[in-house]
Design a protein around this ligand. Structure first.
Ligand code: SAH
Length: 248
């Protein structure tokens, strides 16, 4: 487990006190990289108060305008959610997630995304993730306070760090680096366009096809070599379509 490879990303947080509470939760568990995507009120003295002795985590936080900027260089992304969504993604509890994060953090950048206090993460935001983390709760009330959700997730990372013998598998010996989120987003644009070109995808009735393609490709962690091969196949497919249509 490399805690310094793991960033906590808060999307569009409303309450500055929660941002401070998150900084404290992180520092208690040994994490330090906080990303704030379009926070509604920040900087703010309430964040400072709640952070207590974790002011350094706040000071060094990275503020971005968009989620894509905050995770562009990440190879593994976990989304957190209090409730099930329309297209189910691989869903794990924090302890199970910690094992995947442990492995991914050894050879890549990892992000854990946390949503808005009122609405959580959008479906689009959850669909950039490799897997989803859900904290088991009472059925009567499943939504934790934001900072408390971060605390639980980070605590499980800490527990895993304290028990390194539990590691089962590792990709440390892999022969090519894993793709970044930015490269995957370019791939999805290319895939979507190619599916339209071959008339497999009707842009006027896309249904959930691209969401399903995203889920498929995030279940396998593609490396850069594999992604280049897929991009090459798409490019050649597009050339054949153009030729068949007599475009050139
Ligand atoms: N009403 C929102 C809950 C937002 S709570 C919803 O239904 O999605 C704010 C954030 O805390 C969530 O976006 C998530 O990141 C985290 N969180 C709260 N409860 C959680 C739970 N049970 N499991 C995982 N994350 C949770």
């Amino acid at each position: 487990m490399k805690l310094d490879k793991i960033r906590i990303v808060l999307v569009n947080t409303s309450h500055p006190g929660n941002i401070g509470g998150v900084a404290r939760a992180m520092k208690n568990m040994g994490l330090s990289r906080l990303y704030l995507v379009a926070p509604q009120q920040y900087p703010h003295e309430k964040a400072e108060w709640r952070a207590a002795s974790a002011g350094d985590v706040l000071q060094s936080a990275t503020v971005t305008e968009s989620l894509s900027e905050a995770v562009a260089d990440c190879q593994f992304i976990v989304g957190t959610s209090a409730r099930g969504r329309r297209i189910p993604w691989p869903l794990l509890d924090p302890r199970q997630c910690a094992e995947h994060i442990d492995i991914a953090s050894r050879n890549g950048e990892v992000a854990i995304l946390f949503g808005r206090e009122d609405r959580g993460l959008t479906n689009d935001e959850l669909q950039i993730c490799n897997l989803h983390l859900n904290i088991p709760t009472s059925e009567a009330y499943s939504s934790l306070n934001l900072a408390m959700a971060v605390q639980v997730a980070c605590y499980e990372l800490r527990m895993r760090l304290n028990a390194p013998g539990r590691s089962t598998q590792s990709n440390e010996q892999w022969d090519a680096p894993f793709t970044t989120r930015a490269a995957m987003e370019h791939f999805f644009v290319h895939l979507e366009q190619t599916l339209i070109d071959i008339e497999f995808l009707d842009p006027t009735a896309p249904r959930q096809l691209m969401a399903r393609m995203r889920r498929l490709y995030s279940r396998v962690r593609l490396d850069k070599m594999e992604l280049n091969i897929l991009r090459g196949i798409l490019t050649e497919t597009q050339k054949w379509v153009a030729r068949a249509r007599g475009d050139n």
